[in-house]
Ligand binder design. Structure first.
Ligand SMILES: NC(=O)CCC(=O)C(=O)O
Length: 288
């Protein structure tokens, strides 16, 4: 079977904005706007913000900062930013309160260059871990998990979206790749324990498994905050190569994404046609 990627699409300049996040929501939105417009002035047409960019990252903060998507200040600000930047904007994530059930979600909102909200992704895998003596974090104390995978059509091709801990699960990236996404984008906030261990490894793994681009966009590290983000926002290519990365400070990285090169690489190592789904079509049925 031939790869389902289409290559006759426009080239795309990706920008990952590693924002410094504070406890002041309005200041965070203003800071995001400044950086989105800066990225656009450098020619970026697909711009990404970090996980939880409008609120400190902590289970006690999520309900306090949560807002409705319909009329919340963050969605309004992001929509205007996308329009003024004339770019697709993957708006990191924000704590979202659903007015129908009052539950709170960790939600990524995506906008087209006209400022229209074209997709939402609620974090599917909640970050519940307990590494003794290192880090305990239980998003499920205040958040509810989303129930769908998210693929967004853009003029550059189809973009898969996950949020942070979602990257640990290979299946959504594989489904996205098989359904034609050329990139998985993960707004994410790893920490000082799991960041050095797994942040880059997981991005490279998702990329090399599926021969797609992978981008992960973190907040900058703030040692005065309760949660210390790893930073190191990174773009990985379809061969599993790190294209661009950075340190822990606020800043922007850029990458030109070239689907022709991606298709050539897929032809040279044609995993797509070689998979043996006759042997492993449904891993959920595997038992010891
Ligand atoms: N915000 C998150 O989901 C953090 C995920 C993380 O640090 C990990 O190790 O996984």
């Amino acid at each position: 079977m031939a790869s389902s990627f289409s290559t006759n699409v426009k080239p795309c300049k990706l920008a990952l904005i590693q924002l410094a996040v504070t406890a002041d929501k309005n200041a965070n939105l203003t800071n995001a706007r400044t950086h989105v417009l800066e990225a656009a002035s450098h020619g970026a047409n697909l711009i990404v913000l970090p996980e939880c960019f409008n609120s400190p990252y902590g289970t006690n903060f999520f309900p306090e900062y949560a807002e409705h998507l319909k009329d919340g200040p963050s969605v309004k600000a992001l929509s205007t930013m996308a329009k003024d930047a004339n770019a697709y904007l993957i708006g990191g994530s924000i704590p979202e309160r659903d007015p129908t059930d009052d539950k709170v979600y960790n939600t990524c909102t995506v906008y087209n260059p006209q400022g229209e909200l074209i997709a939402t992704h609620r974090k599917v895998h909640l970050f519940d871990i307990d590494v003794p003596g290192k880090i305990r974090f239980q998003e499920s104390e205040t958040l509810t998990a989303g129930n769908k995978l998210t693929h967004v059509d853009t003029e550059f091709g189809k973009v898969g979206v996950g949020i942070c801990y979602d990257i640990r699960f290979p299946e959504p990236a594989m489904i996205a790749a098989r359904q034609g996404c050329f990139i998985m984008v993960y707004p994410g906030a790893f920490n000082m324990t799991t960041g050095p261990l797994h942040w880059e490894l997981l991005q490279r793994a998702r990329a090399v498994d599926n021969q797609i681009y992978v981008a992960a966009c973190s907040p900058a590290r703030d040692l005065s905050a309760g949660y210390h983000a790893w930073g190191h926002s990174t773009v990985v290519g379809p061969a599993g190569n790190v294209i661009e990365t950075m340190d822990e400070k606020q800043g922007i990285i850029y990458a030109d994404l070239d689907l022709t090169k991606m298709t050539e690489f897929r032809q040279s190592i044609p995993l797509y046609n070689q998979r043996r789904f006759d042997l492993y079509a449904d891993v959920s049925k595997a038992t010891p």
